[in-house]
Ligand binder design. Sequence first.
Ligand code: ADE
Ligand code: ZN
Length: 326
Amino acid sequence: AGLDDFIAGLPKAELHVHIEGTLEPELMFELARRNRAPIPFASVADVRNAYSFTNLQDFLDIYYQGAQVLQVEEDFRDLALAYFARAVQDNVRHTEIFFDPQTHTDRGVPFRVVIEGLLAAGKEAKTRWGLSSKLILCFLRHLDEAAAFAVLSSAEPWLDRIEAVGLDSSEVGHPPSKFERVFARAADMGLRRVAHAGEEGPPEYVEEALDLLRVDRIDHGNRALESETLVARLASTAMTLTVCPLSNLKLCVVKDLAKHPIPRMLRSGLCATINSDDPAYFGGYINDNYRAVAPLLGREGLATAARNSFVGSFLDADATAVQLAG
Ligand code: ADE
Ligand code: ZN
């Protein structure tokens, strides 16, 4: 209908997508076959049936298992190229993708294999479709500080091709403070910083991400709304929140899309954006996420979210101006 066409026509940047979360069951089977890697599913339908989650950890367990079919550079290239092609269909002009090196290096896949595959796909997407992309290296927060420092060291030869570091995986019990020194080192290395905070964790974790990790964006941030002073702070500093409606629904962060907090975020002056998080697992790419909240936001709110995505991106001022001009 009218709103769907409006969404399809909006140029967008995607700021919150885990590349391992774009692994569709069909590609999972293809890679399992290519690599002779066992998977605990009999069919694509079987895989999709397993995708029913009651919380973040439930999802993470199955997501880390799925990622095990990724073994050689070509696999990472194919994975990212499939995502880039899909994003282009949704009129995504720029995307900043998370990757979780520890999920792979801990299985013996070298960091180089992961990043070279992703970089090759990024180059190809730029030439084929004019899509620009950046990489955000995420630390798994359920692992320790020493492990995060080790990943950061292994990334050094590629520093000029990594935009930022991020923090993901199991939130509760792993506050941002655990990684204060790692993020300080990343800042010294010239990297920007983002962190998942306030998805399941309390508003204090969002404050820690701001104060201790000195982040440029908050990923999710839903529970920031529980603190009036925090909302005022996020609004006055124009902090970008990368919100993921279908993820929130599937991981039971929200009960019901009709109660999704994004309209309240925008009304409070927060720079909220709309993103897909792990589209292969949550049943929708970026336009599906825009459509999920379209009845709540209307054209004006949807256009604001799309505009916020370019303003909150790590594109430089000139590139942002070009994108906003259409
Ligand atoms: N890794 C992949 N998706 C995630 C999410 N929504 N929260 C935390 N870690 C993740
Ligand atoms: Zn995420």
